[in-house]
Design a protein around this ligand. Structure first.
Ligand SMILES: [Zn+2]
Ligand SMILES: [Zn+2]
Length: 442
């Protein structure tokens, strides 16, 4: 990775022997400059070990909830840091883990999530090895700052399994009470397009529909039958018509998974699946109602019995703007700012993907920072073989460490700045009210 030092912008060249703090970033207070320097030193010291860890996770891809080797590598690594209390297989989830550092003084509880799972047939094509690396680096550096500056509070790193598909390891941990005392949650995700801590992902749900009709001979006595496939086709067409009245951020995909037994039978059974995405959890519920009505229309028209199974997927991610502004300050204070720059002001970055960190953002203030790693020759995005190779490079690892530094800066800000956590939570409450959710817990 590149050498790191606080500086004003990426065009400044370091002059040999110059004391690091002479070049200052105007956006950082004196104490923040010191934290950033301490964070850099800590992560630089760890980088050789972190590289081995990162590579081991990348080269041993495991599917959702089967991240046994990653679990063992990460808990083993955290156990080498004696002040941390490490809990393997936490909350009844074999591959979940928790590492906690306690300053001994009451204060904010900051946390980082470390994802570990890979994709079927593609390996680490979503770069979760980099997410784990960034979060572990950030957690360790935050604890180091607590020690060096006698800050109060606690740092927790959660090993969160099963993010891909709709496994929802974080949702399971949330439900089990793992985040009970946690004030903020920080994580990152690699891609090739954005550097941004203000990421909105989409809300996602899956609807499975089954129609139960009555079989009859299609030539002999069709009037005795109830055609389940007809019901499904009516639903399919209704959904197609509904698309005219949906919002540009709504996505409805549908497939027929069982189209009946044979053409000379009135179909007694048919089934289909719908996946829905929307810009917010409340919009998703509205869309869910509309699509469910389409399925009911098929049942009403044919007399077939409908069974609908709605699997709630992931909520949209609501980025906390106060935390995002801390992240931006530290990201921009580090040298050699990579392209593209973080969008200015409070501009949001919309990513048409879904993550269970979205559900976390409805439970507490969260940042899910996107970061761009150098693209491969095919400019492959996440979930492509090209991106799997990109996420194994030293350059990608260097970016993950930079993210770890900015995440640690964000956490240290919350621990060290009186009143900041209150501000973060007030923003979260406003966001929840805007999303139509009654805030609880925080
Ligand atoms: Zn993914
Ligand atoms: Zn991912």
């Amino acid at each position: 990775m590149t050498r790191l030092k606080p500086m004003q912008n990426d065009h400044d060249e370091e002059r040999a022997g110059q004391p690091r703090l002479q070049i200052r970033n105007r956006d950082l207070r004196d104490d923040q400059q010191e934290y950033l320097q301490g964070i850099e030193v800590c992560i630089q010291h760890l980088q050789d070990q972190l590289w081995i860890l990162n590579k081991r996770i990348h080269d041993n891809p495991e599917l959702a909830f089967e991240e046994h080797r990653a679990h063992d590598a990460l808990t083993g690594f955290m156990r080498q840091h004696k002040e941390w209390k490490v809990t393997p297989s936490a909350y009844g989830l074999k591959t979940a883990w928790i590492a906690e550092f306690n300053s001994g003084d009451d204060g904010p509880v900051v946390s980082f999530n470390a994802e570990m799972d890979a994709l079927p047939n593609l390996g680490h094509a979503c770069g979760h090895n980099l997410i784990a690396t960034a979060s572990v680096a950030a957690g360790l550096a935050t604890a180091e700052m607590i020690k060096q500056h006698s800050l109060p509070g606690r740092v927790i790193i959660f090993g969160t399994p099963g993010e891909e598909d709709i496994g929802g390891g974080k949702i399971q941990l949330l439900k089990a009470g793992a985040y009970k005392d946690v004030d903020i949650s920080l994580i990152s995700h690699p891609g090739i397009l954005n550097n941004s801590p203000r990421v909105r992902t989409t809300a996602f749900a899956r609807i499975e529909a089954e129609y139960f009709g009555r079989a009859a001979h299609a030539a002999n006595s069709p009037w005795l039958g109830i055609n389940a496939l007809d019901a499904l086709v009516i639903a399919y067409n209704s959904v197609s018509v509904l698309r005219q009245q949906t919002m540009s951020t709504d996505v409805i995909g549908m497939s027929i998974t069982n189209g009946g037994a044979a053409p000379n039978i009135i179909h007694a059974y048919a089934a289909g699946v719908c996946v829905l995405r929307a810009a917010s959890a409340s919009r998703l519920l509205r869309l869910q109602d509309k699509v469910s009505a389409c399925f009911r229309a098929g049942a009403e028209a044919t007399g077939a019995r409908l069974e609908l199974k709605i699997t709630p997927g992931y909520a949209d991610h609501v980025p906390n703007l106060v935390l995002a502004s801390s992240y931006t300050k530290y990201w921009n204070a580090l040298p050699n700012i990579p392209d593209p720059p973080i969008p200015p002001g409070e501009q949001l970055t919309f990513v048409k993907a879904s993550t269970d960190q979205g559900n976390i953002s409805y439970a507490m203030p969260s940042v899910n920072a996107s970061f761009a790693i150098p693209a491969g020759p095919l400019k492959g995005q996440p979930h492509s073989p090209d991106f799997e190779r990109s996420s194994a490079t030293k350059e990608a690892f260097g970016r993950a460490l930079r993210v770890g530094m900015a995440l640690a800066g964000t956490a240290v800000d919350v621990l060290a700045t009186p009143g900041l956590l209150k501000e973060v939570k007030a923003q979260w409450r406003r966001d929840m009210e805007e999303a139509g959710v009654k805030p609880s817990g925080v």
